[in-house]
Design a protein around this ligand. Structure first.
Ligand SMILES: C[C@H]1O[C@@H](Oc2ccc([N+](=O)[O-])cc2)[C@H](O)[C@@H](O)[C@H]1O
Length: 506
């Protein structure tokens, strides 16, 4: 009988594909599913209960025109007052992890560890305890771009002393929260901090020290990370038993053609975009990647600089930094095709001129409302494969992945993007990539840096006109809930999804 059914199915398979059972692929039982946010983007309460000023407070208040919709994060999603609702949303989704960041200037209003603000400790304790009540793992980022303004006035990541200041701050966090927080991320996205904030005007502090500032930052920042990592592993890990790592933004890039020139262009792009930050930690050699370093050294000499604009790591610094991460955190969003053919119209000196490649995104790739974010086919798997090959299959967590839309609850483009990302993550798992978790950006709409509230990344929409900052689930929230509960990518959804966003704690 069984044989007959199989024969019947096979004979009809060509015409009626539904007759052939679909291959069911599931995420592993112990896979971490979470969502991410960041302090300045959601908390608000910019000057309440003793919080100090940070670089985004300073920028948005003193250069209003720098933000697309002239807005700021003074209130944002007001998570300082709405954290109980935030945790309720996490329970509606069914996630087992919540990645959020601590506000350095809320905890240490002067930037230094001479004075600890008790109200800030209370706020984060309340949030952490509420998460743990529902078995939601706190994944805590120490630094997500909101440097205390006082430290910026002393040079910020341009000053090598930032490494000491950051270690002191990290120790306070480990000491007050490490009994319950077991997953630490020191720094979010070195590239965006250094290139956007020091090498250009894309983000605060908008220093625009092109071709120099981003490289000084790149070294100081990674040493700061390493100091915090060593503080944790020497003085806290044995008693607290957690892990500590760092998160990079890694886009997906492929060569435009099969030419050798484009293969070289791709490697230089990878080195400049993320490996100048990650090689010092994860490569066997340590220090900055060789080809990119040589390229900047040569260009610097040609431009009349007596030494390279890229400061070198000493052998002692290489040893200090190498191996300082228990996992590889990846923020992955977009992709492009890289080619060696360039217009050579770059500012000199600049990172773009140093990398010297051009980028192309085919018309048919879906576009979000953010200029930098397109949906490249299979992009997550391409990125994860590259990291596996470069760093000998490290433990990887996707700490951000998401899509922007305009205001509104119907977010089919986000649903399409996320389903494609999850299929791509399953491809990576099938290929033996050591992927341990996925955190969607973002739990809710928030202040999207220089784009203000004009670009929305939330699984939950936030009504920024409403003083209560009401949150409402979008279609994508339901689809993510479905993924988490079945661990399978389902391509249907219930049109009545709003009524199904209920809490079902296990
Ligand atoms: C939307 C989130 O973006 C994260 O930052 C970026 C920015 C740019 C790229 N890129 O590929 O060009 C990737 C990630 C950021 O960490 C988060 O706060 C959000 O703003």
């Amino acid at each position: 009988m069984k044989a007959l059914v199989v024969f019947f199915c096979l004979s009809l398979a060509m015409r009626y594909s539904t007759c052939v059972p679909k291959q069911r692929r599931t995420f592993p039982e112990d896979f971490i599913f979470g969502v991410s946010t960041a302090s300045y983007q959601i908390e608000g309460a910019w000057n309440l209960d003793g919080k100090g000023e940070n670089i985004w407070d300073y920028l948005t208040h003193n250069h209003v025109e720098a933000i697309a919709d002239l807005s700021n994060g003074d209130i944002a999603a007001d998570s300082y007052h709405n954290y109980l609702r935030d945790v309720e949303m996490l329970r509606e989704l069914g996630v087992n992890a919540y990645r959020f960041s601590l506000s350095w200037s809320r905890i240490l209003p002067t930037g230094f560890a001479n004075y600890i603000n008790k109200a800030a400790i209370d706020y984060y304790n309340n949030l952490i305890n509420e998460l743990l009540k529902y078995n939601i793992k706190p994944v805590v980022t120490l630094y997500h771009w909101d440097l205390p303004q006082k430290l910026q006035e002393l040079g910020g990541f341009g000053n090598p002393l930032i490494a000491d200041w950051f270690e002191d701050y990290a120790r306070v966090a480990f000491q007050y929260f490490g009994d319950r927080v077991k997953f630490w991320i020191t720094i979010n996205e070195p590239k965006e901090i250094c290139l956007d904030g020091y090498g250009s005007t894309a983000k605060a502090p908008m220093l625009n020290e092109s071709g120099i500032g981003e490289y000084i930052c790149a070294k100081n920042l990674i040493i700061a990370h390493a100091k915090a990592y060593h503080a944790y592993s020497n003085d806290f890990k044995a008693t607290q038993g957690g892990v500590c790592g760092i998160t990079f933004s890694v886009s997906s890039a492929q060569p435009l053609t099969s030419s050798e020139e484009d293969a070289i262009a791709l490697e230089i792009h990878n080195q400049g975009e993320w490996a100048i930050y990650s090689d010092p930690i994860y490569s066997k050699e340590g220090g900055f990647p060789k080809e990119f370093s040589e390229r900047i050294a040569l260009k610097s000499l040609q431009q009349g600089y007596p030494r390279s604009r890229l400061p070198a790591y000493t052998e002692e610094e290489k040893d200090f930094v190498r191996g300082t991460s228990d996992f590889f955190g990846v923020n992955h969003y977009s992709g492009s095709l890289v080619s060696a053919v360039t217009s050579n119209n770059f500012v000199v000196p600049s990172f773009n001129d140093d990398v010297g490649v051009s980028y192309y995104t085919p018309e048919e790739w879906p576009r979000s409302v953010s200029s930098w974010l397109t949906q490249m086919p299979n992009s997550l798997n391409i990125t994860l494969t590259r990291l596996r090959d470069r760093y000998d299959n490290p433990e990887i967590y996707i700490t951000e992945n998401g899509w922007s839309t305009y205001q509104g609850l119907n977010d089919d483009t986000r649903v399409n993007y996320m389903r494609a990302a999850w299929e791509s993550a399953l491809d990576a798992l099938d290929a033996g990539i050591n992927l341990k978790g996925y955190m969607a950006w973002s739990l809710m709409d928030n202040f999207e840096w220089r784009e203000g509230y004009s670009e929305r990344f939330g699984l939950y929409e936030v009504d920024f006109e409403d003083p209560a900052r009401t949150r409402t689930p979008r279609k994508s929230a339901f689809v993510y809930k479905q993924l988490i509960s079945t661990r399978e990518v389902d391509h249907d959804y219930d049109p009545d999804y709003q009524s199904i966003m209920t809490i079902n704690d296990s």
